[in-house]
Design a protein around this ligand. Structure first.
Ligand code: SIN
Length: 303
């Protein structure tokens, strides 16, 4: 019998598998397919202060080994999430959930974190400073160490829950930004968000996506994500949630060897809504095959 449990800032998870924000709605949608209580946790759709319709369509482009999205943080807004989405989730998910918060100003991040701090089921706040699909917000905060640190300090001042800063790979030195967040008080780092990419339609000779560019995710980005998790592990002492192109239990193990304490599954959920469930089921078999008794012991093992 292998042990798949991991601990993330005091939260004991049955396993490290966490569906990523934007690929799992508010959870209850997937509860119609399977019992989502098998998950370690999950990160709900990026939430802003006001409701957002999101970007014009088309928002999706298919690519070899992945896809590009430019959703533009479509969400019902923090008040509706608290009033309508979280009660529906509570009825079917009995574990702490990760709240993914986005913003267009420091004040907006603070406002959302202050509100979500009061929600009992929220075990951890993931602050997204890395959305590539909006102007004057999102990634703008996460591509420079000073502004990432400023957001971290501001949200830490209004919540007692663990705060993880979700970083962008669209930078020269992700380790420097992770270090700045740690120094500003972050409890952990989530990485990576999507890589900025684009497709051009050969018939129209114009960008496929209305917003021209979007975030590339899927199995093709796994080696990039793994490299960045490895680099950030060497730069900080706080835990890392690794993500980017993870689509099998073997990828979870590889991410953990690079330094992740927990691992998010993103685009794979969009290809196969049972992907996270199947990975959780495969994990003990992969561990047995590799002679791993206790998953927690392999964290950072590649260093
Ligand atoms: C989006 O809603 O545009 C995606 C969110 C993100 O990439 O952070």
């Amino acid at each position: 019998m292998v042990n798949t449990k991991v601990t993330l800032s005091g939260l004991r998870l049955d396993n490290p598998v966490i569906p990523a924000s934007g690929t799992f709605g508010f959870g209850y949608e997937f509860a119609e397919l399977y019992d989502i209580n098998i998950l370690g946790s999950f990160s709900f759709k990026g939430t802003t202060a006001a409701p957002r319709f999101g970007n014009p369509t088309p928002r999706i482009a298919e690519c070899t080994g992945g896809m590009i999205n430019s959703v533009g943080l479509q969400n019902p807004g923090i008040d509706a999430v608290i009033a309508h989405e979280l009660p529906k989730l509570k009825a079917c998910f009995h574990k702490p959930v990760i709240a993914n918060i986005s913003g267009f100003s420091l004040e907006e991040y603070v406002h959302c974190c202050e509100k979500i701090d009061r929600e009992e089921q929220v075990g951890l706040i993931e602050v997204n400073v890395s959305c590539p699909n909006v102007h004057n917000g999102g990634m703008a905060f996460g591509t420079c160490p000073e502004s990432a640190a400023e957001v971290t300090r501001a949200v830490k001042a209004v919540t007692k829950k663990p705060v993880y800063i979700k970083l962008s790979p669209n930078v020269t030195d992700i380790a420097e930004i992770a270090r700045a967040c740690e120094e500003a008080g972050a409890d952990g780092i989530s990485l990576i968000n999507t890589l900025l990419g684009m497709r051009i339609d050969l018939k129209t000779r114009k960008p496929v996506i209305a917003n021209k560019m979007g975030g590339f995710s899927g199995s093709a980005i796994f080696p990039v994500a793994l490299r960045m998790v490895y680099q950030v592990y060497e730069a900080v002492r706080i835990p890392i949630i690794g993500m980017g192109g993870v689509s099998a239990a073997e990828d979870v193990v590889e991410m953990m060897l690079a330094g992740a304490t927990a691992v998010q599954i993103g685009a794979a959920n969009l290809i196969n809504p049972y992907a996270s469930k199947e990975i959780i089921e495969q994990l003990p078999r992969v561990m047995e095959r590799m002679g791993i008794k206790n998953l927690e012991e392999i964290i950072g093992g590649a260093h």
